[in-house]
Design a binder for this molecule. Structure first.
Ligand code: 6R9
Length: 648
């Protein structure tokens, strides 16, 4: 039904667009037929210390996958995000910071950003950080998070930002994996009126990280925290001791920029590695064209810098474009459900970018919160993180955009660096629920689950990409084998996204969600394997299987089947204990929504857990369990269904 609904770009969008419908077709065709020529031209948007002459050198052939873009180019990203803007926009605001507490804010000009980042870079140098070293950043949504990232980029250190909601164990695992010796954190964070004990979490993590020699602590709430002599230093005290200027380090285009850990279908989170040249070309170009960014626009992405969306579309893409980017410390519901709209009006935001889970939560609170705000500054709305259901799309369009703003649904991943499938607002008509058409240089293909290429326009299957694009991840940090086997082995010759999709008769893409064992809970990726291994680490748990089930607000909820050790009684108290256990092991984002004690799990005769069946049971869909005859003990399924029904 929603496929019938088409929104043409408004006359205003057509008039201001960087790319018209005709140009989109022509440029897309060139980007695919002549990637070298196309990207050589696009690379000119960046200030190179040495311009690249070798543009593309990539292979998706398993087991020799190798991805290089602009490989003889030399540049520095912090200089591209800051220094080069100073002649024209030293006094223009680069970052607007809106604090968790209404009434707290800051406006950071490009000149001040320059001063802060130079200072921060010199503090890192004084702590012994050198080019190529990994630096872990565990900070709340305060300007120092952007300063710290850009300071690393300035001196050629590789940052690994960890979302401030992760637990000490998760922090420790990530620090050890990339062997960072220096951690940057704050005394505390603030979210929704509550304090978050960041330094304390780092202290707990550091009990398990022998390699960390230095913790740089930014003063944020000012509350007292423990400081360990010889290891912990206050940022402010160190900043007073170092020179004001720090020259940007010349970096090769393929030098690493950052590592960002993300969940996969198996094992521990992977360290997704992005490099310098291709990433900044990709994020800045996509930011400019998909948001139709123009001089003077106020742009707000509500993501956290702990996720890729914050990296690419709060910090790097917008700042490379000399934009004004708003950074929000708080949550949509605090102090009430009109907070987003108050902030939009207060800072006269023109472009607003958020996640479906936030939209659905605000829908649930009722339209009156958005309806009482006119928000005349708004021009364009964006969505990211998970499929946006047509109802949420329409609500966003009506109650936030007042039927005057375009909506762009941007499909992409930590691995892709930036937008892959997205409308360009003045060129591509939108359909609620569809990410529409590929960005330049992106060649999506639809394969059957067995790997047959679906050549007809109308198709359904797994979403793969046929050739490399500049923003693509280069490897899994320290484990190129895992990179190749995760993304290039199953469907040879292609990058496998892990998502399923449908392509309609107009060639529009509709992402249907993950086809692997990765959950998308409120737009956060969580591997079922991670939650399972946290559960089985509990002394009372014998076995666990974790699946997703449809959840009105989160998109997917976490459903855990738990088999207890013999003699252990499963009751509500134990459920609470297990829930808290998982929160402690991974972090609150992985908190189980439903726990079902299962005397046994459905397994094949070879001992494999049949997740397909568990998913159906979790979804209350007992009619289509499919073939259960291969089960070692079919009675187990009856038992599970009975338990599921009993809970209502
Ligand atoms: C940017 C980001 C990636 C996964 C991805 C997919 C889902 C993201 C989406 C979307 C449908 C969209 N996803 N955007 N699904 N429509 N517009 O979210 O990165 O955290 O790595 O998650 O999120 O399933 O594979 P990341």
């Amino acid at each position: 039904m929603s496929e019938q609904l088409v929104f043409e770009p408004s006359a205003e969008a057509k008039a201001r667009t960087w790319v018209t419908a005709e140009q989109y077709e022509a440029m897309y065709a060139q980007s695919v037929s002549d990637p070298e020529g196309f990207w050589a031209e696009q690379a000119k948007r960046i200030d190179w210390i040495k311009a690249p002459t070798k543009i593309k050198n990539t292979s998706f052939e398993f087991p020799n996958v190798s991805i290089k873009w602009f490989e003889d180019g030399v540049l520095n990203i912090s200089a591209n995000c800051i220094d080069r803007h100073l002649p024209q926009r030293a006094d223009q605001v680069a970052l607007i910071w809106e604090g968790d507490t209404p009434g707290t804010q800051d406006h950071i000009t490009y000149q001040r950003l320059y001063d802060e980042v130079n200072r921060f870079a010199n503090v890192l140098k004084a702590q012994g950080v050198k080019k190529g070293d990994r630096v872990t950043i565990y900070l709340p949504m305060i300007p120092a998070a952007a300063y710290a990232m850009l300071a690393c980029a300035r001196i050629g250190a590789v940052h690994s930002v960890i979302f401030a909601g992760f637990s000490p164990d998760s922090i420790a695992g990530r620090i050890n994996d990339c062997e960072s010796a220096v951690v940057i954190t704050a005394d505390e964070g603030r979210r929704g009126g509550k304090a978050i004990a960041l330094k304390k979490n780092v202290d707990d993590a550091l009990a398990k990280t022998p390699g960390v020699t230095r913790v740089v602590v930014v003063k944020n709430t000012g509350n007292a925290v423990a400081m360990q002599d010889g290891r912990d230093v206050w940022y402010e005290a160190e900043a007073a001791k170092v020179p004001a200027e720090c020259p940007p380090e010349p970096m090769n285009a393929e030098d690493p920029l950052f590592i960002l850990y993300t969940s996969g279908s198996t094992g521990k989170p992977k360290g997704v590695l992005h490099t310098t040249g291709g990433y900044i070309v990709w994020t800045s170009l996509t930011h400019q064209l998909a948001f139709d960014y123009r001089e003077g626009d106020i742009y707000w992405c509500t993501a956290d810098v702990g996720w890729v969306t914050g990296h690419s579309y709060i910090v790097y893409g917008p700042l490379a474009n000399g934009a004004t980017s708003l950074m929000f410390e708080g949550v949509p519901s605090y102090p009430d459900a009109s907070r987003f709209w108050q902030v939009v009006e207060k800072h006269k935001v023109n472009i607003f970018y958020t996640a479906p889970t936030a939209i659905r939560a605000l829908m649930g609170a009722g339209p009156q919160w958005a309806d009482k705000h006119e928000m005349p500054s708004l021009r364009l709305l964006g969505s990211v993180g998970e499929p946006i259901n047509p109802e949420a799309w329409m609500w966003y369009y009506k109650h936030v955009g007042k039927e005057r703003c375009g909506v762009i649904d941007t499909w992409w991943q930590t691995e892709t660096g930036g937008f892959m499938i997205t409308p360009l607002p003045g060129a591509i008509p939108t359909k609620p629920g569809s990410a529409t058409k590929p960005f330049f240089g992106v060649q999506p293909v639809v394969l059957s689950p067995e790997g047959r290429l679906q050549e007809q326009t109308k198709a359904e299957g797994v979403l793969c990409i046929k050739d490399s694009w500049p923003g693509q991840m280069r490897t899994v940090y320290g484990d190129h084998e895992r990179f190749m086997s995760t993304y290039f082995q199953q469907y040879q010759g292609y990058y496998f996204s892990g998502d399923g999709c449908r392509r309609d008769e107009d060639g529009y893409y509709w992402i249907t969600g993950r086809v692997d064992d990765v959950l998308n809970v409120s737009g956060h990726r969580i591997g079922t394997a991670e939650v399972e291994s946290a559960l089985v680490a509990h002394p009372k748990v014998a076995e666990a299987a974790v699946v997703g089930y449809p959840h009105d607000i989160k998109g997917q909820g976490i459903y855990c089947y738990v088999t207890l050790m013999t003699g252990v009684e499963g009751d509500e108290a134990l459920k609470t204990e297990l829930r808290n256990w998982v929160r402690k092991e991974i972090g609150p984002i992985a908190s189980p929504d439903l726990i079902q004690f299962a005397p046994g799990l459905p397994k094949t005769r070879s001992g494999k857990i049949m997740r397909r069946i568990l998913r159906k049971v979790a979804e209350n869909d007992f009619g289509s369990l499919g073939d259960t005859s291969t089960l070692a003990d079919p009675a187990v399924v009856e038992d599970l269904i009975e338990h599921r029904q009993n809970r209502g």
